[in-house]
Design a protein around this ligand. Structure first.
Ligand SMILES: C[S@@+](CC[C@H](N)C(=O)[O-])C[C@H]1O[C@@H](n2cnc3c(N)ncnc32)[C@H](O)[C@@H]1O
Length: 279
């Protein structure tokens, strides 16, 4: 498939998928919620925890920071963050009450509290410059992602970090073909195993179509820079089938940095310790 240039990609994604995003996805996640976590373990052939560990290894935390997990689903990220740093103030936002209810029970069973907001994430109901850290995992294929990156930038404090992880489009054509064939097989398989509703089974083709026109790891880095982030660090996994990004909201010139920020970011350029992209 010949991909449209980056400047047109968002427009094309939106016109191709806006009906699925606004009318069909929420019904699918209502059905998926009770088996979402087990389904992911099966579909990833047991690699799910490795994906989570890899993403978490990129995330830097300080005690008592205020964190927002966007499209939080069953709170996999919020719980992993609180296990690492129990003093965090964690907020979750997701449109699905069913996914968040599973997430609330999971967090509560471990003695954690996560503040939950049920809403469409395209307009984040939070003030500007509010969060130290924002995370977004496994949902951006279903979002107007350039707009979303801008909205996340708005709610991040200057100097705050945004961490992103998702299934991405591999740059290598052979890997891409194998990936889609595998996805088709495993989505049908998990659909059968967990007796998914027609609302889910009807979206199998969408899941592949959405990925086919989505961004590669390198393209997502460009998109993040275009939305005003700096210090973009990318890590590709499984030949680009998955990618994680760590970026920072720049501190405007003239704003006093804390001593720690000054030591770490003498200017808003790339950090010396930024991880090189890997594949
Ligand atoms: C694949 S799940 C990912 C959940 C979680 N981040 C994780 O890593 O397991 C995608 C989540 O995105 C949510 N979602 C998709 N589009 C959304 C939107 N426009 N607004 C709010 N939530 C949305 C769904 O309800 C679902 O819980």
């Amino acid at each position: 498939m010949d991909l449209p240039p980056l400047t047109k990609r968002e427009q094309i994604r939106e016109s191709a998928f806006s009906t699925v995003w606004s009318e069909q996805l929420n019904d699918a996640f209502k059905n998926i919620a009770p088996y979402y976590d087990r389904g992911n373990q099966v579909a990833s052939l047991g690699c799910w925890n490795w994906f989570l560990r890899t993403f978490m290894s990129m995330i830097e935390l300080q005690p008592k920071q205020r964190v927002l997990d966007v499209c939080a689903g069953t709170n996999a990220i919020g719980i992993a963050l609180l296990k690492r740093e129990p003093t965090l103030e964690v907020h979750a936002i997701d449109r699905s009450t069913d996914m968040q209810e599973v997430g609330r029970q999971r967090a509560e069973a471990l003695g954690f509290h996560i503040n939950s907001v049920i809403a469409d994430v395209h307009t984040l109901p939070f003030p500007d410059n509010h969060f130290d850290v924002v995370t977004l995992q496994f949902a951006s294929r279903h979002l107007k992602i350039a707009h979303m990156f801008g909205e996340i930038n708005r709610v991040l404090k200057p100097g705050g970090h945004f961490y992103h992880c998702d299934m991405l489009r591999p740059s290598n054509k052979v890997v891409e073909k194998v990936y889609y064939a595998y996805l088709r097989l495993c989505l049908s398989g998990t659909g059968l195993l967990f007796r998914s509703s027609p609302a889910v089974l009807n979206l199998i083709q969408y899941f592949i179509d959405a990925l086919e026109i989505f961004y590669s790891t390198e393209e997502l880095s460009i998109l993040l820079e275009e939305q005003g982030y700096c210090d973009v660090t990318a890590k590709a996994m499984l030949s680009g089938m998955l990618g994680c990004h760590r970026v920072r909201k720049p501190i405007p010139e003239g704003i006093n940095k804390t001593a720690e920020e000054s030591a770490r970011y003498p200017q808003n350029g790339p950090r010396d310790d930024a991880l090189p992209p890997t594949s």
